[in-house]
Design a protein around this ligand. Sequence first.
Ligand SMILES: [Zn+2]
Length: 118
Amino acid sequence: MVKSEPTALVDCHCVDCRRSAGAAYVQWGSVPRRDLIVTKGEPRKVPYENRIRSFASCCGTHLFFEDSEDSETIDFTIASLDDPIAFAPHKAIFLEDKLPWVVIDESIPSFQTIPKKK
Ligand SMILES: [Zn+2]
């Protein structure tokens, strides 16, 4: 359950997301860690490349992405929400890894890697 509006709604085309999800790309949202509550079960955490991906232990659905155990925010897969309709992506990232047959929505900004911090 997420208790605040997700920010950083992105389509991530990076190869790690692609392989971990078994999908061409993954839609992510981000909330402060305190606003994400697991109400049932214990996700299976898989460390990889100094990051942590979590999967539902019952069905294997890709749920979360963390930069570290104590990062301020936690990313979650939009498509795993009960009602994901309201959370369209605001940008696309890691186009450098995009599969050539994926068509990008040109109405949102896209980036070869991640947007540069201002
Ligand atoms: Zn990614």
